[in-house]
Write a protein of this length. Structure first.
Length: 167
């Protein structure tokens, strides 16, 4: 039986799809970890949410975050202008349905909306890590745009969940 642990990272180094022997303190792991944390928080939101429409959107984003991590780790390109446009369409859809005025999220007692809000803050942190990671690299792809748009989407989603699913 294959074991879950490999012991490969016990010395403080790890690998990505495109690099090996990278210190675990490297910014790439902060970025990947932030995205993983956002995904985990969205899984909590999914479990707390009772509305199938919102659950489908959360599930889609969680799947997309796996592909995003793959791209960052050196795998296949995931983020395209079309992916970003899909997020923008969803943002516009949620902002048409409800109030998406700028500003801080209102206080809510809806656990799913609160979890999405935490995920939004984590994505913002991951976005700052991405800026550091990509720095002066000429090929940033569209990852920075995607993370920026994703946080906007999560803002709109959290407001929509709070408005529609008042507890």
């Amino acid at each position: 039986m294959k074991k879950l642990y490999t012991r490969a990272g016990d010395s403080g180094f790890s690998t990505t799809l495109s690099q090996s022997n990278i210190p675990k303190t490297d910014i790439v792991f902060d970025l990947l970890g932030g995205i993983d944390e956002a995904s985990s928080t969205l899984l909590l939101a999914y479990a707390l949410c009772g509305d199938e429409k919102f659950k489908e959107d959360i599930k889609k984003i969680c799947s997309d975050l796996v592909l995003l991590c793959g791209e960052i780790a050196g795998g296949k390109r995931f983020v395209t202008p079309e992916i970003i446009k899909c997020l923008e369409t969803k943002i516009d859809e949620y902002c048409t349905e409800g109030d998406c005025s700028c500003g801080f999220l209102p206080l809510t007692d809806n656990p799913a909306a609160a979890a999405v809000s935490v995920a939004r803050a984590v994505v913002r942190r991951a976005e700052r890590c991405a800026v550091k990671f990509y720095g002066q690299k000429s090929d940033k792809g569209d990852i920075l745009k995607y993370l920026n748009r994703l946080s906007d989407f999560l803002y709109a989603l959290s407001r929509q969940i709070a408005n529609e699913l008042k507890t």
